[in-house]
Design a protein. Structure first.
Length: 476
């Protein structure tokens, strides 16, 4: 519900814009109506003039025929009979060959300036003229103009009233948008939303876009607050350890070896803090959609090869077999060994995807007991490319499965290993930033299988794979 100050500050803007909108609407409506009115008047005047002309021509023909039948006497009788019965009089004059004019209608009351005439000359040279006064027509047009004046006034009133009503209706969504922005500015809360009118018009589309923008802003703000909360909470423990190490070194008698050991512990703890901060920021950027991704065609087999090279020595030291079903080159792929693995090409950031593969393999090697096995598999499934990392470790308890993707979560079985509890959170955030999904399947006591699904590139796989492979030396 909007406050009184908001409505007060909003009033000048809405009045000025609404007034301009109403005046534009009224002006266009009035101009259009006036064009119609003037056109109607013009067509009416032309129609009446044509009617009078047709009457004159018709009577001229009748009188010429009467004169031809019986001369002036028959014509005079015809004119007298018509003028007694007709609703309006006609002026009739005959000029014979001797230039003698005979007026067969009364000359009284005729105004020569208002008389419209037509004439015809007969075969014997006699001229017959018929005239009709334009005064009745002008009277009719005068009354018509008066009626049009009243209609024009009503049109102007209707245009102004309609413009005001239309403006009020059109301005309502804009008012809601403006009030929502003012509330956000005043309170700093981004959870306000503008209701839709349900008309599906451009203003509804604008409102939808505005609400979508607020959703994104709210997610960014929430992610920022979450990051700050996590950082402030998780820095407390390492900073306490740093302070404790320094205090212990200073509490005892001077000892160079103890000082060196304290400094070494401090550097190690500081490195852990830096790694934690960097990882937390990466997760926050990925989750909020602000992570910069350098997208290019990437073959997952090459990503896996790099990650396997990083952890092969660690796996050998623990006696763990580390294997992959994705060959490094399609040409060297054995027969029957997932021929679609080489076609698993995605459009993504090579460095970020290497982080995903490295974290999954590191996690599998870390929690697989000596003599175990870690298998990495790449395959296509419809429009997606899948990367699966399967281990023979103890598995994950069912009550911990929903939480393993949370930041800084470490289950009971993972507390014996060093780590920050951020690896899987980073994997999930990066994969979802690429439009993919991460999942886990972990039957109790039978190991875990982490699967990453990424949309395959829309380009032809052969061309994308070739580009991806040829691009590697250019970055080395």
């Amino acid at each position: 519900m909007s406050s009184a100050p908001d409505r007060h500050r909003l009033a000048p803007f809405t009045r000025a814009f609404g007034l301009r909108l109403a005046l534009w609407y009224a002006t266009l409506f009035v101009v259009g109506s006036m064009v119609i009115v003037l056109l109607t008047y013009y067509l009416t005047a032309v129609s009446l003039a044509q009617r009078d002309h047709q009457i004159l021509q018709s009577k001229l023909g009748d009188y010429a025929a009467a004169y031809a039948r019986g001369g002036i006497n028959v014509l005079a009788a015809t004119v007298r009979a018509e003028q007694q019965a007709a609703p309006e009089r006609l002026f009739v004059r005959v000029v014979d060959r001797g230039v003698e004019a005979v007026v067969l209608s009364s000359p009284n009351g005729w105004d020569p300036s208002l008389l419209e005439t037509a004439s015809v000359r007969l075969a014997n040279g006699t001229l017959v003229q018929v005239g009709k006064s334009t005064e009745p027509r002008e009277d009719l047009l005068a009354r018509f103009r008066a009626a049009l004046g009243i209609v024009t006034f009503l049109i102007v009133v209707t245009a102004l009233s309609g413009g005001w009503l239309v403006t009020q209706s059109a301005m309502s969504p804009i008012r809601r948008l403006t009030l929502a922005v003012r509330r956000i500015i005043r309170t700093g809360r981004t959870d306000s939303r503008v209701s839709l009118s349900g008309t599906g018009d451009a203003l509804d589309e604008l409102t939808t876009l505005f609400n979508t923008m607020l959703d994104k802003i709210e997610r960014l703000v929430t992610a920022m607050h979450g990051s700050l909360d996590n950082v402030s909470h998780d820095l407390r423990t390492p900073l306490t350890r740093l302070r404790g190490t320094a205090e212990m070194a200073l509490a005892g008698p001077p000892d160079l070896d103890r000082y060196r050991e304290a400094l070494a512990d401090t550097i190690e703890e500081a490195d852990r803090v830096l790694v934690m901060l960097t990882t937390l920021m990466d997760i926050s950027e990925a989750e909020s959609g602000t992570m910069q991704l350098r997208r290019e065609p990437v073959r997952l087999s090459e990503i896996v090869d790099r990650a396997m090279d990083l952890y092969r020595d660690v796996a050998d030291a623990k006696g763990i077999t580390l294997s992959t079903t994705a060959p490094s080159d399609a040409a060297s792929e054995p027969a029957g060994l997932l021929p679609d693995a080489a076609d698993a090409v995605v459009e993504g950031d090579r460095t970020r995807l290497e982080q995903v593969a490295a974290n999954l393999i590191d996690n599998a090697v870390k929690y697989t007991p000596r003599g175990g096995r870690v298998d990495v598999e790449i395959r296509r499934e419809g429009p997606a490319a899948l990367l699966s990392v399967r281990d023979t470790g103890p598995g994950i308890p069912a009550d911990e499965l929903p939480r393993i993707w949370d930041r800084l979560f470490r289950g009971d079985t993972s507390r014996t290993e060093r780590g920050l509890g951020l690896g899987l959170s980073l994997v999930k955030a990066i994969v979802e930033a690429h439009g993919g999904a991460a999942s886990v399947d972990s039957p109790p006591g039978r190991g875990s299988t982490f699967t990453v699904s990424l949309p395959r590139t829309s380009r032809s796989n052969a061309e994308a794979a070739k580009d991806a492979k040829e691009d590697i030396p250019s970055r080395l």
